[in-house]
Design a protein around this ligand. Structure first.
Ligand code: SIN
Length: 279
């Protein structure tokens, strides 16, 4: 029988007793409700071919093909998130929100573990509902009126350190032309709850403020948003899967397993434009 158990009081839930590749519509409704309630859901021991991964993703939404990640050769709508044993950088080592540089940011991501180092390579998730809630009323009010610019240029563009160094991590630097403007506090499209929406990987500065003027408050928010109090650390095994909601959390892939290979398959799910939270 399918069961849902919260990972902690703030973010994440484990779902047991189901294989996502063959789940019924009723089981899918339970999974989707848990995803809405907990922002990220974790599964163990999933047996999933690339075709089944794609089939499951399509039951959620259209697939948003990431233009910078290396595609799986046989199934190009799946992105390969891989660090080879001789590489020193990994993908996603900074706290971030997938695709916040898009005008219509991705709803979520489905990450499936195919090869895992013997130790290390965990992923951290931070609730941006909890981060918002913990702010003072005064700062909340100030942030309601603000928007911020997000960009892919500095992360994936021709001058990005990762594009020029270990070139196999990312491709298509010439496609990194997007800048996108989003509210700093969004009304979550599923829950209607306010969530903080700035991240250190892709957010540049507040709209109408210079980068210099923005830096003190932006850095304060970035630090606050990923406090231990708002996070859960997930340990992967081969066959684990996580499905997270990019509008409700940030995540970070730890880079603490040098000398070992880690191979994940990611499908990114199409989202919708984000609205400001106003009370
Ligand atoms: C990502 O940011 O999508 C990668 C997360 C991970 O590899 O754990």
């Amino acid at each position: 029988m399918i069961t849902v158990s919260p990972a902690n009081d703030v973010v994440g839930a484990f779902i047991d007793g189901v294989q996502v590749a063959s789940c019924s519509n009723e089981e899918l409704s339970i999974i989707r409700q848990a995803y809405a309630d907990h922002a990220v859901v974790f599964f163990r021991d999933q047996e999933l071919t690339p075709d089944e991964h794609i089939g499951f993703a399509k039951r959620w939404s259209r697939i948003n093909v990431n233009r910078f990640f290396t595609p799986v050769e046989t199934h190009p709508v799946i992105a390969e998130v891989c660090k080879e044993s001789d590489q020193t950088q990994n993908i996603g080592q900074e706290w971030h929100t997938d695709h916040s540089y898009d005008q219509v940011p991705a709803m979520g991501s489905m990450l499936y573990a195919r090869e895992i180092p013997p130790i290390g390579g965990d992923t951290l998730f931070a609730s941006q509902y909890a981060a918002y809630e913990a702010l003072s009323d005064g700062l909340k009010k100030t942030l309601h009126d603000l928007k911020a610019w997000h960009s892919s240029r500095h992360a994936f563009g021709v001058n990005a350190p990762m594009a020029n160094g270990e070139g196999t991590l990312f491709s298509n630097p010439e496609a990194a032309t997007q800048d996108a403007l989003h509210p700093v506090v969004i009304r979550h499209p599923l829950s209607g709850r306010p969530a903080l929406y700035v991240n250190p990987d892709f957010t540049l500065h507040f709209d109408g403020w210079t980068p210099e003027e923005s830096a003190p408050l932006m850095q304060q928010l970035w630090g606050h948003a990923v406090s231990d109090d708002f996070t859960y650390r997930f340990r992967w095994d081969v066959g684990s899967m996580a499905i997270w909601d990019n509008r409700a959390l940030q995540h970070r892939a730890l880079n603490d397993y040098h000398g070992h290979r880690r191979l994940m398959h990611r499908i990114t799910l199409e989202g919708e434009p984000l609205e400001a939270f106003t009370d």
